[in-house]
Design a protein around this ligand. Structure first.
Ligand code: PSU
Ligand code: MN
Length: 306
């Protein structure tokens, strides 16, 4: 397997103590419009650094799995005319066919885990879609079998949230409310659904994850942070628009990999850009928390091996 690490991430693998936070790239290639996508990619890296962590944006460029991108790589990815959306099953195709594309939550976890990175920040995870056919994101399976801390703002109401949470329970993935007892619903801070535990600081998250893995668990720890209150879109406003976007996807026969990007883009139109602003704000919020958790993780590791 070919995984190209930049120098810092090679060190990360060797020492296990360097402070890295993984960032996904499907959000750059498929989740956000241009030029906001490139600006966001840069902002997330800057925020991670400002909070003491080394950002590792993960993507596939010309069939090479890259953990840590240069500024030129970011620019290229954000402007790529026909980028692929690369999830776990797609890596062999990406390598042999020399694809360029963004890695999903599941794809990013695959590469980050192999690079020895413990913490990953994203916007929203994929989940169980509300469609007639079976559509369950591989993100859920990746969370089931990859021991990493994943920071998100929950899953958005384009998904079947109760079914998504049931699946995570079946797969033994702890769903942590960060500063909340409720599962956040991406654009909304609340969903009426419970998390499995509440934690209130990066140090608590690290202690929890260590306990989870010391018990021999193989699953991820999913840390769900509600978006900032001033960015929230009330459920009464967003839910009917989500319903409309879903109906349109159905009418136009959009399904599979294309479904999530279509729903995100359509919601942005229907909300006049409000959903995009919320999305950008929560991504930044999560990059900050991811960096803080990575710093706390490294401090705990140093203590252990001192
Ligand atoms: N949620 C978002 N924005 C995104 C995605 C999810 O708010 O861009 C992306 C993530 O990369 C996630 C993927 O892993 O969509 C899920 O796609 P699917 O439902 O096809 O598994
Ligand atoms: Mn799907």
């Amino acid at each position: 397997m070919i995984i190209y690490f930049n120098k810092l991430h090679r060190q990360a693998k060797q020492t296990q103590t360097s402070i890295s936070v993984a960032l996904e790239s499907t959000v750059i290639t498929h989740g956000l419009p241009r030029p906001q996508n490139l600006q966001l990619a840069r902002d997330l890296e800057r925020i991670a650094r400002e909070h003491g962590a080394q950002p590792a944006t993960i993507a596939v460029l010309d069939g090479e799995i890259r953990v840590g991108l240069s500024e030129a790589d970011l620019e290229r990815l954000a402007g790529e005319p026909n980028p692929r959306k690369i999830s776990r099953r797609d890596f062999a195709a990406a390598l042999t066919k020399k694809w360029t594309g963004g890695t999903t939550v599941a794809g990013t976890m695959f590469a980050a885990h192999r690079a020895g990175i413990k913490v990953f920040a994203t916007g929203g995870i994929g989940g169980v879609h509300q469609v007639e056919t079976l559509d369950i994101s591989t993100d859920l399976q990746a969370l089931a079998d990859t021991p990493m801390i994943v920071v998100c703002a929950g899953a958005k109401a384009i998904l079947d949230l109760p079914a998504t949470l049931e699946y995570l329970e079946t797969m033994a993935v702890p769903v942590i409310g960060y500063g909340t007892d409720e599962f956040p619903a991406f654009y909304s801070r609340r969903s009426g659904l419970s998390v499995s535990a509440r934690l209130d600081s990066p140090e608590e998250v690290v202690r929890f994850a260590r306990a989870h893995w010391d018990l021999g668990m193989k699953s991820a720890v999913l840390v769900c942070q509600p978006l900032p209150p001033e960015e929230e879109i009330p459920a009464e406003k967003i839910d009917p628009l989500i319903e409309q976007a879903r109906r349109e996807a159905h009418e136009r026969g959009i399904h599979g990999q294309a479904l999530t990007p279509f729903l995100l883009a359509r919601l942005n139109e229907l909300t006049g850009g409000e959903s995009l602003r919320a999305n950008l704000a929560l991504l930044k919020n999560n990059a900050r928390l991811g960096a803080q958790i990575a710093v706390a993780w490294a401090a705990a590791a140093r203590e252990k091996w001192a």
